[in-house]
Design a protein around this ligand. Structure first.
Ligand code: ADP
Length: 224
């Protein structure tokens, strides 16, 4: 059972690494951001404040995300493991998850993608998305072949609503205030936290570092 919690600031590359890990391990990618955006797209959150919160970069209520994650992890495709991306983001969510996992005898591994603050800012402000197929680009690190157009379908690229400057600031603030303490909580509770420096390497190198860190962790666990 591979229960992986990918932890890191917005813009640390969690989404990209989560996709690489899930392909490699053949386990589902559980992203609370994607789940919430899906609900908005399908009109499930009409009349609720979820969309407004996401657009302004503040966190959605713990109760809702805890429930969504619990329901998702209970699906049969998660029997061999899963990669959590963007959850837990508050102490209440971390406590909820730990209780859920402990109740099933599952021990998670937390992978912390550590990225320099200035790099985070340039990644987030440069992010572009194809509104048609969802492909992600970055004007600084991974630009499209033709300026502002998707390589795959030629659609004009867009800036995600929550990638606008004031919202970026709010998201980073929320991370510092509410999410970073979760890491200390995991450490002080004696859970497995692996630090991976993800500041300057391309995604495939960061992925190799993650795999290596997990292998070393498995060896030390088995050697204990
Ligand atoms: P990023 O990690 O780049 O901020 P996400 O797609 O993970 O992007 O999250 C987008 C938004 O969705 C967050 O700013 C927040 O409003 C909401 N959200 C996602 N996950 C959670 C969570 N675990 N708890 C509360 N809100 C969440």
């Amino acid at each position: 059972m591979k229960a992986i919690v990918l932890f890191g600031s917005p813009g640390s590359g969690k989404g990209t690494q989560a996709r690489m890990l899930t392909q490699c391990l053949k386990v589902p990618h559980v992203s609370t951001g994607d789940m919430l955006r899906d609900r908005i797209r399908h009109g499930v959150e009409l009349g609720s404040c979820v969309a407004a919160k996401m657009h302004s970069g503040v966190l959605v209520a713990d109760r809702l995300v805890n429930l969504l994650v619990e329901e998702r992890l209970a699906q049969p495709d998660g029997a061999n493991g899963f990669v959590l991306d963007g959850y837990p983001r508050t102490l209440a969510q971390a406590e909820h998850l730990i209780e859920w996992l402990d109740g099933r005898g599952i021990r998670e591994v937390v992978i912390h993608l550590a990225v320099d603050y200035n790099i985070i800012i340039s990644r987030l402000t440069g992010r572009r998305e194809c509104p048609q197929c969802g492909t992600l680009y970055n004007i600084a690190y991974h630009p499209p072949k033709v300026d502002e157009l998707c390589d795959l379908d030629g659609t004009k690229l867009a800036v995600r609503d929550d990638d606008r400057e004031p919202v970026i600031r709010e998201r980073l603030d929320a991370y510092e205030r509410q999410t970073r303490p979760v890491l200390d909580y995991y450490r002080s509770a004696g859970r497995r936290v692996l630090n991976v420096d993800a500041s300057s390497d391309p995604p495939d190198v960061v992925f190799e570092k993650i795999c290596l860190a997990m292998e070393l962790d498995d060896c030390s666990k088995n050697g204990r």
